[in-house]
Ligand binder design. Structure first.
Ligand code: C2E
Ligand code: CA
Ligand code: CA
Length: 946
């Protein structure tokens, strides 16, 4: 340093003096200036604090005073080294004697200060502010921190911010535990390796950006453990900076919050259910004060949330239950954790209503009660409906027997049953002889008593499977549904006649009457339910005519069919010449769109005396005759003629015609088709379809296939009729050149009540799909049939529930005005996926169960269906897969409740049935049916939301 720079340096120091003074005074480092004679010339507050001296007192002492006697020799050596200029700075551990005589061990740095000539004038001493204990403290702090890192339950990772890509330099054991990666596997990699392939997560960019700018950041990402499993990582990363403010490291704290996140998501779901549930829910604290209610609660009770928070649910009490009731209720809640039952509550407006209430205790892991959750649904509507319906008479008020409405129902069911079982049944029309004189002579009251007595006598004779109904007046109908032998049946009829003929004691008087009975037997009389009743009626008249007090059988030979039969085939043949045949048409529609996809031509005979005859009345007479083929040719030609007329009207329709086997196999068939098509060339190709019975198609497959293919070349299509009744093997079906498969009407009709039939329908639909055939279901008799078909994926249908066959002239208007049932349109009845198809079965299981129960209480069968709500087929599904797949949906919960209601009613019915209270039980059937239908509606709603 030359003289000039030295002087400017001193000037600079002079200028800086005020700053130095501040530094000296404020520094936390103890500093003292010591003369070469060891006197203390100055000391800063930190130095004074360290030694416990006041400044004044310190300035009166010497270095030697501050040094323990045994260290003095060592100190003097240091002093000499500095003063002599041999060294200008010494760092050494030194012990000081404090004012209170205690010792302080500190590290000192002693520097020599020289004048301009390089002579040492003073020494400056700085003492490290770490006293011994402070150092110990800091060492233990470091140990503690290390311990904390190692034992932390949070994963901690430190990465080097000075290296490219910030490699990890440290991970703690918790990190290893959470991620499954050992420290050795982690160190050197960037933390993002935990994301695996799952790179496009929303929070990711934010994290990257923060790190690039050295900012702290918090985020939650999906990370993957070494075993590939996912966990939600909520982490925070903070930068660590050195003295210069440069980021040297990042410290990341990571948390596996998977459980909490799942719980959070669950909570969100629960709160949605809470808000949107139809049932009212309220929650109380352990003391019974209401802490939360849902909107449904307010709707039901009339109390707003604010009005009830903090209050006791007692405000809902109706006063209809006594202390004992509530004591029992709470005993249950406390012992078993829940109570469920019906309770009368009171709304804010004072109205009392029945509530189905469930109280459950919520406890924490330690078993302490946290709250009570109370779920309730107002069942007043249900109750009202039930009792109203139970009153609604399906029974005759006087005798308690089924009335005409219920009779029709029973007759239809009985008919379906014998069709299925192939058995025999009888319908008997009973008219009492000489009842009118009794009424006229003794008055109506006596007449009524007689009717009641007669009804009871008949009831006691009948078997469980039979039905007796009163049509009105003195007319009764008997359905005997299982006839095994003529002898047994005749015995039964005589017993009934005898029972009716026994004298009646009515108060003071005794009278005797007799009965005339008309009987018809199914399937000898192979007609529908209405016609059976009519035939029985006709036979009863003949019994009366023949002298009363007897029975008469409706004779099929007596009937007009027999009349025709007697005239025979010749009369049918003549009908063709006389142009007495006409074609009716039955629409086939797309259930979803309402579009008419085709018409089936069905022959009718407009008989001059007998009226309109159905094919069953006359086709059997000409079966397998040449005339059958001639008639079939007429049908095809007639259908084409009609199609041409419709074409001119602008109606472009596909019409199908039923083709008898003999015609299909006849030599002239192909030439006939070619010819008739040529005559009607205005009709576009592919508008004529021929329906061939499954059994016929299977006769001679190579030949049928050849014929069909030939026809197809001329634009004729084929469908297989009554599919499911034959035994079509899959391979043949695939090979047959048919466009459409028609599911036989018997399966469709019964699929609502019979799971086996539903399986068949479902199977045929899948089969048709697999072989790329169109499928259409016949026998759609109701809206529910259509809905189930749509669930199963069959959109085309035909049946009385859509339209009965009608005259050609009615078709255009019908097409214009037809609208499909609302339940069938797009949004409601969607096709169920493989996984959900069980819902369609669930419906049928439930229908079947209700049907079985009705059969039981009507004494048609002996076995009781499964009465526990979790063990019936529907209940098994409901409480198992149903609950796990759909349990979170409000519609499901509703269904569950209705199902329980059905079983409660059902059990009640079985109980009364077992007590022999048959009429009481029967009165409950309509209520049961209403519940069934409501449950099915809830199921349909469930389907519409999944
Ligand atoms: P099919 O080919 O199975 O025709 C359908 C029959 O089912 C028709 O009876 C129709 O009225 C009836 N049907 C339609 N929808 C329903 C429903 O929802 N429920 C119930 N229970 N029945 C329904 P139809 O007209 O008495 O014909 C009976 C059978 O006579 C036909 O059965 C067919 O095999 C035959 N047939 C009808 N017309 C002709 C024809 O022109 N030629 C030939 N060869 N046979 C014909
Ligand atoms: Ca047909
Ligand atoms: Ca058919």
């Amino acid at each position: 340093m030359d003289a000039h720079t030295q002087s400017s340096f001193i000037d600079a120091i002079e200028d800086a003096r005020p700053y130095f003074c501040v530094l000296f005074e404020k520094s936390v480092v103890g500093m003292a200036v010591i003369g070469t004679d060891q006197r203390i010339l100055d000391a800063n507050p930190a130095f004074c604090r360290l030694l416990g001296y006041s400044r004044d007192r310190l300035l009166q002492t010497t270095w030697a005073t501050l040094t323990p006697a045994e260290d003095q020799g060592h100190d003097i050596t240091l002093f000499e080294q500095l003063v002599s200029g041999r060294t200008n700075e010494v760092v050494a551990d030194k012990r000081f004697v404090r004012f209170d005589r205690s010792l302080a061990q500190v590290r000192t740095r002693m520097s020599a200060i020289c004048d301009g000539a390089g002579v040492v004038t003073n020494l400056v001493v700085q003492v490290d502010d770490f006293s011994d204990s402070a150092r110990k403290q800091s060492e233990s702090l470091i140990r503690l921190q290390a311990g904390a890192l190692n034992n932390s339950i949070n994963g901690i990772a430190i990465s080097d911010a000075t290296q490219p890509d910030f490699p990890l330099v440290y991970v703690n054991p918790a990190f290893e535990k959470i991620t499954g990666y050992s420290s050795a596997e982690s160190i050197g990699r960037n933390c993002r390796f935990l994301q695996g392939e799952d790179r496009n997560q929303p929070d990711r960019n934010e994290v990257r950006e923060a790190l690039e700018h050295g900012r702290a950041v918090k985020a939650t990402l999906r990370n993957y453990r070494k075993d590939g499993s996912m966990f939600w990582n909520r982490f925070q990363i903070a930068p660590v900076q050195d003295q210069e403010g440069q980021t040297t490291h990042f410290v990341g704290i990571i948390n596996d919050i998977t459980e909490r996140k799942v719980a959070d998501d669950y909570l969100k779901l629960v709160s949605r259910v809470f808000l949107h549930a139809d049932e009212s829910i309220f929650i109380t604290d352990p003391q019974g004060s209401i802490i939360e209610v849902n909107p449904a609660f307010s709707r039901t009770t009339g109390y707003s949330r604010e009005e009830v928070l903090g209050r006791n649910p007692r405000i809902l009490q109706s006063g209809r239950h006594d202390q004992a009731f509530f004591a029992e209720l709470w005993k249950n809640v406390l012992n078993q954790g829940h109570w469920s039952g019906e309770i009368w509550n009171r709304r804010k407006n004072g109205e009392i209503y029945p509530d189905k209430l469930t109280i459950s205790v919520v406890r924490n892991d330690e078993g302490e009660t946290l709250s009570y959750v109370c779920l309730s649904s107002d069942i007043s509507v249900l109750k009202a409906q039930q009792s109203e319906l139970e009153l609604m008479a399906l029974h005759d008020a006087l005798t308690g027997l089924p009335n005409r409405a219920l009779l029709n129902d029973r007759l239809t069911m009985a008919l379906a049953e014998v069709r299925r079982s192939g058995g025999k049944m009888a319908v008997c029309f009973i008219d009492l002889d000489d009842f009118k004189p009794v009424n006229d002579t003794y008055g109506h009251e006596t007449g009524d008593l007689l009717l009641i007595e007669a009804a009871q006598r008949m009831t006691t004779i009948l078997r469980a499977t039979d039905t007796v109904a009163r049509l009105g007046g003195d007319e009764f109908i008997l359905i005997l549904s299982e006839i095994h032998s003529e002898k047994e049946f005749l015995g039964m009829l005589s017993r009934i006649m005898d029972a009716i003929a026994r004298p009646y004691t009515l108060g003071e008087i005794t009278v005797s009457i007799s009965a005339s009975i008309g009987v018809t037997l199914y399937p000898d009389d192979n007609v529908d339910a209405d016609t059976l009743l009519r035939h029985a009626d006709q036979a009863m008249y003949l019994a009366k005519e023949k002298g009363r007090n007897r029975f008469h059988f409706f004779d099929v030979v007596d009937d007009r069919n027999a009349h025709i039969r007697s005239e025979g085939r010749a009369r049918v043949e003549a009908a063709l010449e006389r142009e007495e045949f006409i074609l009716y048409y039955q629409p086939k529609v797309d259930l979803r769109t309402g579009q008419v996809v085709g018409l089936e031509a069905l022959i009718r005979w407009q008989h001059p005396e007998e009226g309109l005859l159905a094919p069953g009345d006359f086709l059997p007479l000409i079966e397998n005759s040449d005339f059958e083929t001639r008639l079939s040719e007429w049908v095809i030609a007639e259908a084409l003629r009609q199609m041409k007329l419709w074409q001119w009207e602008g109606l472009d329709l596909v019409v199908s015609v039923n083709l008898p086997a003999r015609h299909l196999h006849s030599d002239g068939f192909i030439p006939f088709i070619v010819n008739v098509l040529a005559e009607n060339a205005e009709i576009p190709r592919d508008r004529l379809e021929l329906e061939v019975l499954e059994t016929v198609a299977l006769w001679d497959i190579p030949r049928v296939t050849q014929t069909m293919e030939e026809c197809r070349r001329h634009g004729v299509m084929f469908s297989i009729d009554d599919f499911g009744t034959g035994y079509a093997s899959l391979a043949y079906l695939r090979r047959l050149p048919v466009n459409t498969i028609k599911i036989d009407q018997s399966f469709t009709r019964d699929m609502l009540n019979d799971p086996d039939d539903l399986s068949i329908v479902e199977g045929v639909i899948s089969l048709a799909e697999a072989f790329q055939k169109q499928v259409i279901a016949e026998g759609v008799e109701s809206e529910d049939h259509g809905t189930i078909l749509l669930y199963l994926g069959c959109q085309h249908a035909q049946g009385f529930g859509i339209a009965r066959p009608m005259a050609a002239a009615l078709i255009p208007d019908w097409i214009r005005s037809y609208r499909p049932a609302p339940a069938w349109v797009q949004t409601h009845a969607k096709r169920l996926s493989r996984k959900d198809i069980v819902l369609a079965f669930a419906e049928v299981w439930h229908r079947r169960w209700v049907g079985d129960l009705v059969d039981l209480v009507e004494n048609r069968v002996l076995g009781t269906p499964e009465m526990a709500p979790v063990e019936c087929r529907f209940g098994e599904w409901l409480n198992g897969p149903g609950k796990s797949n759909y349990g979170h949906l409000a519609e499901f919960v509703e269904m569950d409740h209705l199902h329980q209601a059905v079983h409660i009613l059902g059990n009640e019915m079985v109980r009364r049935h077992d007590l022999g209270k048959i009429l009481e039980v029967r009165a409950k059937v309509p209520g049961l049916i209403v519940l069934r239908d409501r449950l099915i509606q809830a199921l349909h709603r469930l389907i519409s939301v999944i």
